[in-house]
Design a binder for this molecule. Sequence first.
Ligand code: SAH
Length: 254
Amino acid sequence: VHIVGAGPGDPELLTRKAWRLLRQAEVIVHDRLVGAEVLALADPTARLIDVGKRPGGKGYRQSEINALLCHLAGQGRRVLRLKGGDPFVFGRGGEELEALRKRGIAVEVVPGITAATAAAANVGIPLTHRGTATAVTLVTGHGEAGEPDLDWSRLASPRHTLALYMAVRRAPAVAARLIDEGLAPGTAVAVIERASTPQQRTLRATLDGLAALIRDHGVRAPALIIVGEVAALAADDALAALAPASRPYEEASS
Ligand code: SAH
């Protein structure tokens, strides 16, 4: 089984290795986040299994996905487990790796471009920046039981970039918590929705205006929220919108 990162959406952001494995796979078990343009690169005879989870909706449980991967591998198939972004960044790839290894199944993990680096690149936000951002932390806005169990006081430190995944719904609470812990309410924030796809949208606010921004613009997942001084460097939407339109794959897929 190959556990492979599909990147953030743009097929040109796949690694060559991911692309090769995608063409060779007999069975592809993929998430909802993996876009149609990426799946279109699979061998036409490959079987595609969508195990995509919707919040509150129907989807495979993690234990079922683990069992499915073991079952398919046991049949001697070339199995590709394709995940959005990087499999080891909030992708539960580690759990799948453990389950497969426990059954003695050979596994290779192939990294992918994660949402934080893709979104940052597309809008011109350096996640680290000499003098203004000496650390970057990838944070989930969504814990096992709602509120993630994090040391917020350490996250609320200056010259530190936060890349918040799965945080649209909890953004108001996260922003309030960071302000409580001493982060300046005027700290820059950028929200990048559907980064690297033709629907990419970039919005900017300050920490104390994040809740209103999300509400007023109807921001929806998947979106990445970047908090920190560097977020002020985000390109205006008009500028950011140029990038997807210039992509050759759109022509190729039409
Ligand atoms: N393994 C993935 C993350 C999966 S968690 C990765 O490395 O990127 C799902 C979250 O990732 C979403 O809620 C969103 O916060 C983020 N995300 C994934 N793809 C995205 C995209 N194209 N644009 C913005 N955020 C994205």
